[in-house]
Design a protein around this ligand. Structure first.
Ligand code: ATP
Ligand code: 3PG
Length: 408
């Protein structure tokens, strides 16, 4: 943990005599019907925090969510349980309850070194309402569970942007610390934010409005030296820089992204060379890849082109930090994974520190064989973007408040 961080570090919560409540984020892509988790990266990451706490002799209760009420991935943590056991390398018990008498009884009876996973905290309706930490500390969830614990460990970086009871409520009533995953995320982000003009952000993927907003904030805060755009985000910047005819014009009308072209143009006008836009792209013609000039697009854009790969690789060379959020192309199709592969290669070969974030980005890095070579793989999605651009995260503010209240 860096000096000057305004909350307690992980090791300050470790004490074999204590019962700890740990909030983790094991919200993962899941096939509920078949009971199969499609990407367990987050579970593996948080298992380290849990095993460390349990091995120290603490009684460990884990609280987490999966999905949002009403969506297909909203389900019990009964599926996650076994994965957690596998990665923690120890027995984990699971209870189909969050804060009722069954859960309370199991928490009371938990012995030293034992781990209990509670069910999906979003089964409790209060959890999905975002309000101030003060109000969240007065919810039924917090009032029922907090008295059963000595300390709270906040490890769910990926949910740190939510002001929900299990994130911001407990720190106001229990002495709290950052977890191992949260500490790692903050350390990596500190490397990024202390490099500023020496860092490069590669922004691709398909979350076009969110990513353009993030780019705008990165530029306004002078948080990065250069932004290199790709993926569908890059397509919007291509339209802003070179104009849109043929396929591109039709695509903008049909996708509803037309309005964002103006936002991209304003950013290019204001920040000029700080944003690099693809000069060529890989388009799909009858299933094949054809590389064309970005001014002459007449088929679906699926990747950045070879000249752009070279240019982006040379920008990455020598960067203090290179961050990739969102793939450069449709990596699900082999012939359009070339751009993403080229920038991964440049990152691991030539940048001093590398960070990636986002579900598809991580999956691409794994598929293309770069995951082990990236210095920091973030567990966060929205939280990662929000933190990257320098926005406050409610979870961190609540931890800081906990320090003021309990750790004099
Ligand atoms: N040119 C393109 N045209 C269409 N889709 C693209 C293009 N480039 C990338 N994509 C798609 O973008 C998706 C990933 O973008 P997204 O913004 O969701 O990334 P992420 O942030 O890593 O993932 P997640 O949202 O899961 O956290 C992939 O499915 C990929 O196929
Ligand atoms: O996957 C995420 O980004 C986090 O688990 C937060 O999920 P949410 O967007 O449903 O709050």
């Amino acid at each position: 943990m860096q000096v000057g961080v305004p909350f307690q570090s992980f090791r300050e919560c470790i004490d074999p005599n204590l019962k700890v409540l740990v909030r983790i984020d094991i919200n993962v892509p899941i096939n509920v019907k078949e009971g199969v988790i499609l990407d367990d990266y987050r579970i593996e990451a948080h298992a380290a925090t849990i095993s460390k706490l349990a091995k120290s002799g603490m009684s460990v209760v884990v609280i987490a969510h999966q999905g949002r009420p009403g969506d297909d991935e909203f389900t019990s943590l009964g599926i996650h349980w076994r994965y957690l056991e596998k990665y923690a390398g120890m027995r984990v018990s699971f209870i189909e309850d969050v804060m009722g008498p069954a859960a309370q009884g199991a928490i009371r009876n938990l012995g030293p070194g034992e781990v209990l996973l509670l069910d999906n905290v979003r089964f409790v309706s209060e959890e999905v309402i975002e309000r101030s930490p003060q109000l969240q500390s007065n919810t039924f969830l917090v009032r029922r569970l907090a008295p059963l614990f000595d300390v709270f460990v906040m490890d769910a970086f990926a949910t740190a942007h939510r002001s929900q009871p299990s994130i911001v409520g407990f720190p106001l009533v229990l002495p709290s610390c950052a977890g191992l995953v949260l500490e790692k995320e903050l350390n990596a982000m500190n490397v990024f934010s202390s490099s500023r003009r020496e860092s490069i952000v590669l922004a691709g993927g398909a979350k076009v409005p969110d990513t353009i907003k993030a780019i705008s904030k990165l530029l306004a805060n002078e948080a990065a030296g250069k932004i290199l755009v790709g993926g569908l985000v890059g397509v919007i910047f291509i339209a802003a820089k070179y104009g849109a005819n043929g396929w591109l014009r039709k695509y903008l009308e049909e996708s509803g992204f037309g309005g964002l072209v103006n936002d991209a143009r304003l950013l290019l006008d204001k920040y000029g060379d700080s944003v690099a836009v693809p000069t060529d792209v890989g388009v799909e013609v009858h299933g094949d890849r054809v590389d064309v000039d970005a001014r002459k697009i007449d088929a679906p854009v699926m990747d950045i082109g070879p000249a752009t790969m070279d240019a982006y690789s040379s920008y990455v060379r020598g960067a203090e930090v290179a961050v990739l959020t969102g793939p450069m192309g449709v990596t699900e199709k082999k012939q359009f994974a070339e751009g993403t592969e080229a920038v991964f290669k440049a990152m691991v070969d030539d940048a001093k520190f590398t960070i990636i974030g986002g579900g598809h980005t991580i999956m691409s890095a794994r598929k293309l064989g770069y995951i082990e070579k990236i210095k920091h793989v973030s567990t966060g999605g929205r939280a990662f973007l929000q933190f990257l651009v320098g926005e406050e995260l409610p979870a961190l503010q609540a931890l800081a408040e906990s320090k003021r209240r309990f750790w004099k």
